[in-house]
Design a binder for this molecule. Structure first.
Ligand SMILES: Cc1cc2nc3c(=O)[nH]c(=O)nc-3n(C[C@H](O)[C@H](O)[C@H](O)COP(=O)(O)OP(=O)(O)OC[C@H]3O[C@@H](n4cnc5c(N)ncnc54)[C@H](O)[C@@H]3O)c2cc1C
Length: 474
């Protein structure tokens, strides 16, 4: 339904004097997505500072059938937090709902509101000698409500799992304005359907998450970070198996990078250099961590044992182990700046895929051939969370090609790469969700049974389609 001045006045009143923005310029940052792929329009940005205000806003919007787009840190990369250009949706930002309600050492939990920034949660956990393990490059601005709504992954999934595994309870405002108080924080609760899982990864289409009870873990004071050169992706996978066995499960990150990625990062990002003296085709950044003190477990020895065993089997050609936190940060810099470095190389067509780890070498061969056939000279830069079978299969444009001509091939290339992913029983969206960007892929690759079930759930909870319409399901 179209939004009238009366609706706007009432919603401003509900949200309170600091709880809204309607100035076009001030609203702009809320309406652009990080890659500039989506630019939305809205007459009003709402910024409620309590669950009760969120509930009042949604009750009013449900009554008047006004659509709402929830937003956290706006770092999602698939357009899910940006309204359409119709001007018929209001944006509701959760950034002022940012209290830490409780940290409980005995339960090893922290209960936080949706607008808490991820890095603030990590810092607070660490002050209490705990770890909140979700970690990703956008952690300085993404918010826990957004992390939950996208079931965020990041670099520690290998050991701790993604957001689905890191949460014990949720508080959610439903599309009719009712509040579901599900913050019990229990580790065992077999009383019917696990409702919280419905809202995790739902990208704001089934309600607004206002708070969550998160799991905390003992802080891993001991850490070993290494960057190693490997002859091939298959060698990287063999190294992963060895590392898992030798470390007894201490491997918390295992990231694959190609030579072209290291070249791009060292060429464009200041202060970063290749720590090895010779170039190699593939690299793995691996990290072991432990909360046991050094006298109980010597992680240095563990890392050395992993690398010498792998070298004896010709799986590792060269490598450096970080001697301190500074060196570890520099090694991580090579990985974390890969996407940014690619921006300096012209257009980049992206895929966020997962397949069984064992199928990755074959996938890379097939995908490489396809790219060369479709766009000769295009430069694949496959990198990412090999330990989770999740690769960001990004392709930089051929050096001489016009950027827009290359980017116009985005959809065709995506479909062909995703067909290969399907052949290996993989997923066309491992971490970043569906948003508005991948709804076509969704209806193409999901089965009718899956689509029907999702539509039925959506219709039951949100019969008037007011919660983030057009996201996930069209
Ligand atoms: C440089 C960079 C690196 C990244 N790396 C990773 C990575 O390694 N792993 C990964 O998984 N993702 C990654 N991302 C993607 C992004 O950071 C994550 O998806 C993050 O979880 C989004 O959080 P946000 O607060 O920014 O959410 P937003 O972008 O604001 O929103 C994302 C979706 O959630 C909905 N939403 C937001 N808050 C709520 C709420 N409270 N209730 C209901 N719905 C809500 C929005 O409507 C939208 O559909 C990366 C992004 C960038 C820019």
């Amino acid at each position: 339904m179209s939004i009238t001045p009366q609706h706007i006045d009432k919603l401003k009143e509900i949200s309170g004097s600091k709880g809204w923005i309607d100035d076009q310029q001030a609203m702009q940052p809320f309406l652009i997505e990080p890659r500039d792929k989506y630019l939305g329009k809205t007459p009003l940005v709402l910024l409620p500072d309590s669950t009760e205000k969120v509930a009042e806003i949604i009750t009013y919007c449900a009554h008047h059938k006004i659509a709402l787009v929830p937003q956290g840190g706006n770092t999602g990369l698939v357009g899910g937090s940006i309204p359409t250009t119709s001007g018929n949706e209001l944006l509701i930002s959760l950034r002022r709902l940012n209290l830490v309600r409780e940290t409980n050492a005995h339960n090893q939990t922290m209960t936080v509101e949706a607008g808490c920034i991820l890095s603030d949660i990590q810092d607070l956990a660490q002050k209490n000698d705990f770890l909140f393990p979700l970690s990703l490059a956008a952690e300085g601005s993404c918010m826990i409500g957004g992390n939950l709504s996208t079931n965020a992954g990041g670099v520690n999934v290998l050991h701790y799992g993604n957001m689905r595994n890191l949460v014990l309870g949720l508080e959610v405002v439903l599309p009719n304005g009712e509040i579901w108080h599900g913050l019990n924080g229990l580790r065992k609760d077999n009383t019917g359907y696990d409702l919280k899982q419905l809202f995790i990864g739902a990208e704001g289409t089934l309600g607004i998450i206002t708070a969550a009870t998160l799991k905390l873990f003992p802080f891993p004071h001991e850490k070993q970070t290494a960057l190693v050169a490997v002859p091939s992706p298959q060698a990287a996978i063999d190294l992963l198996t060895i590392a898992r066995t030798i470390s007894g499960g201490c491997i918390t990150a295992f990231e694959l990078m190609p030579r072209i990625g290291i070249e791009m990062v060292t060429r464009h990002m200041s202060g970063l250099r290749d720590p090895m003296t010779a170039p190699y085709n593939w690299y793995v950044l691996l990290e072991c961590t432990s909360s046991l003190s050094r006298d109980l477990l010597d992680l240095e020895q563990v890392m050395e044992r992993i690398l010498t065993t792998a070298m004896e089997k010709d799986l590792v050609l060269d490598g450096v182990i970080a001697k301190n936190q500074n060196e570890s940060t520099n090694l991580w810099g090579l990985r974390e700046n890969l996407s940014e470095a690619q921006r300096h190389e012209g257009g980049s067509i992206k895929h966020d895929i997962s397949i069984p780890i064992s199928a990755i070498p074959e996938f890379l061969t097939d995908a490489g051939k396809l790219v060369e056939n479709m766009i000769p000279g295009a430069r694949p830069v496959p990198f990412g969370h090999l330990g989770d079978g999740n690769l960001h299969y990004n392709i930089s444009q051929p050096i001489e090609m016009d950027r827009q001509v290359f980017l116009d091939k985005w959809h065709d290339l995506n479909r062909n790469i995703h067909n290969i992913v399907e052949k290996f029983n993989g997923s066309f969206s491992a971490e970043h969700g569906i948003g508005r960007m991948k709804t076509d892929e969704m209806s193409h690759y999901k089965t009718k049974v899956e689509m029907d079930l999702m539509r039925q759930i959506k219709k039951t909870l949100d019969p008037d389609n007011i919660m983030n319409p057009g996201v996930i399901l069209t």
